[in-house]
Design a protein around this ligand. Structure first.
Ligand code: ACO
Length: 395
């Protein structure tokens, strides 16, 4: 089964922090797929095009049709905002200084936004906003807000303020509202209604944005950016799993299994464009120096250990003639010193990985019940202890 490639061999809780970016791409039959970008209000927009849905700005101006709409809206707000006293809602809905955008589906009002314009102060106070229960989370709330934005542009007002119900903050954020109010406090403080259990939110509007088309434009922009990324990334590629995983999960020790994989055998990793230089750029020179110092200290301790003698030099293939047909990835302390000096070990995990591999090679080739095996066990126990004592949280 194909598995996602691990980025760097990891030892338990010993790696320098790295950013993990979720891969947005998938690959199906060799084709890279860019994720579909959803338009939140596509459904109601289509309904409006089809003549099923319409929007009206209404207010208590004596017009019987408008009065009827206000009564329906009052009912929707009362039902959807049960904590608000009905009398209070009625009073504000009928207040002649207030207006509402009513959303009408096949002759029935299914939602609306009650608001009060403060033209001279350049803001609209959103007083109530609701969609009937059966129609929620289908994009109507977003589309309604976009209609109000269009209306605001028409009348030349460029800010919305609202005391959002704390349960509705998520909805307002998705409509472009922020918790920071960028307007001068003196322009709105004491002017708009204050609610307990509500949070002040602000949305600044621009007259150069077509809010009815903005979701489509954003979708095009996201598609374009993802399309460009697609040509630059190899993230979607999947590789078959390392056999070491399969072997060592049987021993219930998958973490060590990862560490056993030779870092320099990460051909798939290198082919994705990863390189030690790029990684180095992510880590500050001070941290790099610290890592080098830690690795040098650990390797020296291993070298000076009384059980290290079988591991000091590469196994001589002319003496141990079958060694290299058993051991695919040989490693020894001298080779590790060279790699260290060449700047290969850019993480502590990479050195740990080689050390574990050296021990594993020895155990695999020699089997149990001999001096080499005993040396491997003793050395392993000591360097793991040292490894765990390294204060990596200071990096
Ligand atoms: N909290 C968090 N996120 C929400 C909420 C909420 N209460 N309601 C909707 N959303 C999210 C949706 O999941 C959707 O996100 P997604 O597209 O990423 O999945 C996004 O907001 C827009 O959803 P729509 O379908 O466009 O909105 P909907 O038609 O459901 O209308 C509304 C939203 C008006 C808040 C509706 O749910 C409602 O009437 N709720 C009850 C009344 C209410 O709480 N009104 C606001 C009170 S505050 C005030 O009036 C000033």
């Amino acid at each position: 089964m194909a598995v996602q490639l691990p980025v760097v061999p990891q030892a338990p809780k010993q790696s320098v922090g790295a950013h993990v970016i979720e891969n947005p791409f998938t690959e199906v039959n060799g084709e890279v797929h860019v994720p579909e970008v959803r338009i939140r209000d596509a459904f109601p927009k289509q309904e409006e095009k089809d003549g099923i849905l319409e929007f009206k700005v209404v207010q208590n101006d004596g017009d019987p049709e408008n009065m009827k709409a206000m009564v329906y809206l009052k009912d929707i707000f009362s039902k959807q905002l049960p904590k608000m006293p009905t009398e209070y809602i009625s009073r504000l809905v009928l207040d002649r200084r207030h207006q509402a955008v009513a959303m009408v589906k096949q002759g029935t009002i299914i939602g609306g936004i009650q608001f009060r314009p403060f033209k001279e102060r350049n803001f609209i106070e959103i007083v109530f906003c609701a969609v009937t229960r059966q129609q929620q989370v289908r994009g109507y709330g977003s589309y309604l807000m976009n209609h109000l934005k269009k209306h605001a542009q028409r009348v030349g007002i460029y800010n919305f303020l609202t005391y959002a119900d704390n349960f509705a903050i998520g909805y307002f954020k998705k409509q472009g509202f922020t918790l920071e109010v960028e307007m001068e406090k003196s322009d709105w403080m004491g002017v708009i209604k204050d609610y307990d259990g509500g949070t002040m939110m602000h949305c600044a509007l621009s007259d150069s944005i077509d809010y009815m088309e903005a979701p489509v434009i954003l979708q095009r922009q996201r598609r374009y950016v993802l399309g460009v990324l697609k040509t630059l990334t190899t993230q979607h590629q999947r590789w078959s799993g390392f056999k070491e995983f399969a072997e060592y999960t049987k021993d219930k020790d998958p973490v060590t299994a990862v560490a056993r994989i030779a870092a320099d055998k990460f051909a798939p990793l290198l082919s994705t464009g990863w390189n030690p230089e790029g990684y180095r750029k992510l880590v500050s020179p001070a941290v790099q120096r610290k890592i080098l110092e830690i690795n040098r200290e650990l390797l020296l301790a291993v070298k000076e250990d009384k059980s290290s003698w079988p591991f000091l030099l590469p196994v001589d293939g002319t003496v141990v003639t079958n060694y290299y047909s058993y051991v695919e990835d040989p490693i020894d302390i001298q080779t590790m010193e060279r790699k260290l000096d060449a700047g290969f070990y850019i993480t502590q995990d990479m050195l740990y990985s080689d050390l574990i591999r050296m021990i594993e090679n020895c155990k695999t080739y020699n089997g149990t019940g001999n001096v080499y095996y005993e040396c491997a066990l003793a050395l392993e126990a000591r360097f793991i202890k040292k490894w765990k004592a390294i204060p990596l949280d200071q990096l």
